[in-house]
Each structure stands twice: as structure tokens, then as C-alpha cells.
Design a protein around this ligand. Structure first.
Ligand SMILES: Cc1cc2nc3c(=O)[nH]c(=O)nc-3n(C[C@H](O)[C@H](O)[C@H](O)COP(=O)(O)OP(=O)(O)OC[C@H]3O[C@@H](n4cnc5c(N)ncnc54)[C@H](O)[C@@H]3O)c2cc1C
Length: 468
């Protein structure tokens, strides 16, 4: 990789990071794509991993495999631990600091528990592939326990409470109801089947799928109820323990499974930037998505607090991340030619949510609304098309066909995963403040020299560390 060309570092190989990296392919820059994992996760299908419909590999794709022929790209599996905006360097969990000329930050978001007692200890978030696998193992283990110890049903062994009536909560509830009602039911002894597993969806507001029209919201409520999901609107979660979920109205639901789809906050890297943070810890950005005072840094996707033309915040959705990332790349291209950048305009291509078998709602531009089987087919087609990698698309298509025809779920293996000995023995790299900083390596010094002119205009924020 030549050090004479500007170096663009992209943080995060999610929806934003992948779109940015692809868009940078034909530009005269060197690109470094960093992610703490070695795969891109397709989060919209995560709930299908959690409910045994798909395998983890089907919704994850190797980052290196996604860019087999991009000569200006270097992929690194590393976690960003700090950002020095003045020196234009990233601190990583291992290896020397990484200098950049331009930075595209797309590290996404994390689950938040809103400070509700017991959520961080006992709830199952659904934000990563390990989260989904953990939930799947837990639910299947609960099922095995109920089969061998039927009295555990009274303790809520097969009661799943889902928090949050947004798309994730609706999708998980519908899929859990299907898992219990169609797939596992046949394996239950008669007395257990009669006791009926429960799925309870709890939503604080008075509606499900808030971003959708009244008609779609009503369809979601009707379909879930028909499939046996108990929907509790205008109800909050007060606390959770290992054996019960307590609701705001005082009801106690015996349950050992609370799925947390109730909220997210920006990735804690946001705190490194020394700028004003907006609700949800999101980073305020200029209209072109650059960091105020740092035209060389772009913040895109879930972590950014970008607004539409009317000043309303853009939703934390995959198309917002990928369109924002492409805009950031266009702005970098313009800056390299000395042109001023344009404000980001999000093109809303609609909303979709799947509710269950042959049931989804889709609201597309031009007032087009699809529901039921048509909505479901369009949901399946769109998600197949958006999946990264031909292998994943082919496997998911065949698996969906098989699941539909057999009403089966192939991914029902419970794996007891233990960390490899090398992982348990490995000590994490200490934070900068805790260790003596080694001299800056030669290549970093050269890179600083190459970029010296650009850095003359650097802002004032100092090195930030991830605090949480
Ligand atoms: C369960 C679920 C279902 C969803 N369904 C939909 C849907 O149907 N439609 C839709 O439009 N949106 C959906 N979303 C939202 C959508 O996935 C996000 O808006 C989108 O992923 C945001 O893209 P991003 O690039 O900002 O972050 P992400 O796609 O989350 O990518 C962030 C990447 O950064 C990496 N990273 C994080 N921290 C670091 C670090 N310190 N160092 C290095 N790497 C780091 C992560 O490993 C990750 O790969 C869903 C989200 C979830 C969780």
C-alpha cells in the first residue's frame, strides 16, 4: 500500500462501513477497514437465528470475503479504544496507533437497559450474533427442561417476555410463537402442550410499530394476537430477576426469558470525540455528516445524530447508514479536489416488518402498502437481495423454503461453548493511561509527515477514551 496517497480509515464493517469501503474502491486513496469482529452481521435476520430458523453463519459474512478484489483495501480485525482528533490517530486494542487522513466512523449502537433493575443481568439483548445464539440455546434448554421437569412450566420455563413493540419486538414475538406453536409443539407431551407456552409482548406506548401507518399497526396487533401472543400495550417493565418479570402495573410474570428489544444507544466511542452528544448518546454532525470542527472526520449510521431537511432526527436504520456512508465518501472525493461538500439528503425507501408466517407489512414510497402474504413475499425478497454474499443468499433461500414446507427448524442444536484456553489465558491490552507508551513506530511517523499540511487545520479536541 502506497503511503503517498491519503489514508481513509473506516471504523466498523456494518451497513455503513461496508457501503463506505465499496464506494472508496475506485478512489485514489488507501483504505483501512477496521472491525472488532471478522464478519459483517446482517442484523435484520438475527431474530431468525435466535428462534432456530437460521444458523449464525447464514447471517454473518467474512469481511475479507466481502472484498475479494479491492487492491486499495487493507482489512484489520481490531477494536478502536480511543481517538486522538488532534494527532489524527486511532488507538487500537493491539498494535501501534493507526494514523488517518480521513476517518469514517460507523461503529453502530449497543443495547441500553434504561437503568431498569435486573435487565443487564437477566435480559437477553438481540444486537449481535452471540446474543442470538445465546438466546436460542437458552430457549431450547428451557424446552428440554420443561420436557423432563414438567412442574417447571409453572415457574415460567416456557414463558418468553419480549420488551419493545418496535420491529424487533414484533418479529421476535411472532417467531417465538411460531417456534412454540408449530415446531416444538409436536415434541411436547400432551400434558405440557395443554399447559401452553406463553409469549408476552410488552410495549410502553399505546401502539406497536410506531413508525408505521394505523392500518399496518392494526394488522400487526391482530396477527400476533391470532398466533397466541399476549400483547400488553401501555405497560412498562419495572424489574426483572432470574425467575420473574415485574411489570409497571405490578403484575409479576413468572418467566426465565426476557428478550430485550426495547432500546439502543450510540456506541460508546461517541464519548471519545469531545463533542456534544444528543439523545441516545448520538454524535451531532454537520449537514454533510462531518464532525463539527473536523472536516476530515465523518460520522455515519446508528452513532450519528443526523437530521432531515426539517430538522427531525433520521432513524437508526440500515439504509440511513449505507446512504450516509456513500455521502461521506463523495464528500471526501470533493474535498480532495478542493470542492465544498453538500448536505446529506436521506432518500426514504419505506419501512417493512415481518410478523410471522405469510404475514408482514411493507410501506413503500408513493403510498404503496402491502400486507399479509404480499407483504411477506416482498419482505423475503428484499432481505434476500440485501444479504451479503451469494453463498448466504443461496443457503437462506433454501432454508426458508425448507422451513416453510416442513414447518421445521433445522438449527436446534444446543452447543455448550467454552472459551478456548488461549482466550482465557490472554490478558487484555491495558489502557494508555495504565502503561508506558512505546515510541511511535516508523511508518506512523512517515504517515504524519505525508499528512502534515492537512493537519495544520486540526481542531482542539484531545485524545478521547471509551468510558463505558
Ligand atoms: C435485531 C435488529 C434488527 C434490525 N432490523 C432492521 C431492519 O429490518 N431494517 C433496517 O433498516 N434496520 C434494521 N436494524 C437496524 C440496522 O441494523 C442498523 O441501523 C444498522 O446496522 C446501522 O449500521 P451501522 O453501520 O451504523 O452499524 P452496524 O451495522 O451495527 O455496524 C457496526 C460495526 O462496528 C463494529 N464496531 C463496533 N465498535 C467497534 C470498535 N470499537 N472497534 C471496531 N469495530 C467496532 C461492530 O462490530 C459492527 O460490525 C436492525 C437492528 C437490529 C439490532
Amino acid at each position: 500500500m502506497s503511503t503517498l496517497r491519503p489514508r481513509v480509515v473506516v471504523v466498523g464493517a456494518g451497513f455503513g462501513g461496508l457501503a463506505a469501503t465499496k464506494a472508496l474502491a475506485r478512489m485514489p486513496v488507501d483504505v483501512v477497514l477496521l472491525d472488532r469482529k471478522n464478519y459483517h452481521g446482517f442484523w435484520p435476520l438475527l431474530y431468525q437465528v435466535a428462534t432456530a430458523a437460521l444458523s449464525p453463519d447464514d447471517v454473518a459474512y467474512s469481511v475479507r470475503g466481502a472484498f475479494p478484489r479491492q487492491p486499495n483495501l487493507e482489512v484489520r480485525m481490531a477494536e478502536v479504544r480511543g481517538i486522538d482528533l488532534e494527532a489524527r490517530e486511532l488507538e487500537l486494542d493491539h498494535g501501534p496507533d493507526l494514523p488517518y487522513d480521513y476517518l469514517i466512523l460507523a461503529p453502530g449502537s449497543v443495547a441500553t437497559d434504561f437503568g431498569i433493575p435486573g435487565v443487564s443481568e437477566h435480559a437477553f439483548p438481540l444486537k449481535t450474533v452471540p446474543d442470538a445464539v445465546r438466546l436460542r440455546h437458552h430457549v431450547l434448554r428451557q424446552f428440554e427442561m420443561a420436557c423432563s421437569r414438567p412442574w417447571s412450566l409453572a415457574d415460567g420455563a416456557l414463558t418468553v417476555v419480549v420488551a419493545g413493540g418496535g420491529p424487533t419486538g414484533v418479529e421476535v414475538s411472532g417467531a417465538m410463537a411460531e417456534l412454540f406453536g408449530k415446531v416444538l409443539k409436536g415434541d411436547l407431551q400432551d400434558n405440557l402442550a395443554a399447559a401452553r407456552p406463553r409469549v408476552v409482548l410488552v410495549e410502553a406506548s399505546d401502539r406497536l410499530l410506531n413508525a408505521f401507518s394505523a392500518r399496518s399497526r392494526a394488522e400487526a396487533l391482530r396477527t400476533l394476537t391470532k398466533h397466541g401472543v399476549e400483547v400488553r400495550l401501555e405497560t412498562t417493565i419495572a424489574s426483572v430477576s432470574a425467575h420473574a418479570v415485574k411489570l409497571g402495573d405490578g403484575t409479576v410474570i413468572p418467566s426465565q426469558t426476557l428478550v430485550w428489544g426495547a432500546g439502543i444507544k450510540a456506541n460508546p466511542i461517541a464519548q471519545c470525540l469531545g463533542v456534544e452528544l444528543f439523545p441516545g448518546g448520538r454524535v451531532g454532525v454537520d449537514p454533510d455528516l462531518s464532525l463539527p470542527g473536523h472536516p476530515e472526520v465523518f460520522v455515519v449510521g446508528d452513532i450519528a445524530f443526523a437530521t432531515n431537511g426539517k430538522g427531525r432526527p433520521l432513524p437508526q436504520l440500515a439504509p440511513v447508514a449505507s446512504q450516509g456512508a456513500k455521502h461521506a465518501v463523495r464528500s471526501i472525493g470533493g474535498r480532495m479536489k478542493g470542492q465544498a461538500s453538500k448536505p446529506f439528503r436521506y432518500r426514504d425507501k419505506g419501512n417493512m416488518a415481518i410478523i410471522g408466517r405469510r404475514s408482514a407489512v411493507a410501506e413503500l414510497p408513493g403510498g404503496i402498502r402491502l400486507g399479509g402474504t404480499f407483504g411477506w413475499i416482498s419482505w423475503l425478497a428484499l432481505h434476500l437481495a440485501l444479504l451479503v454474499g451469494f453463498r448466504n443468499r443461496a443457503v437462506v433461500m433454501v432454508t426458508w423454503g425448507w422451513n416453510f414446507l416442513t414447518s421445521g427448524r433445522g438449527s436446534r442444536v444446543i452447543l455448550d461453548l467454552h472459551p478456548a484456553p488461549s482466550q482465557t489465558a490472554r490478558r487484555p491490552r491495558p489502557l494508555v493511561a495504565e502503561r508506558h507508551r512505546p515510541p511511535r513506530p516508523l511508518h506512523a511517523r512517515r504517515q504524519r509527515l505525508v499528512s502534515a499540511q492537512r493537519r495544520a487545520a486540526a481542531g482542539t479536541a484531545g485524545r478521547g477514551k471509551i468510558a463505558a
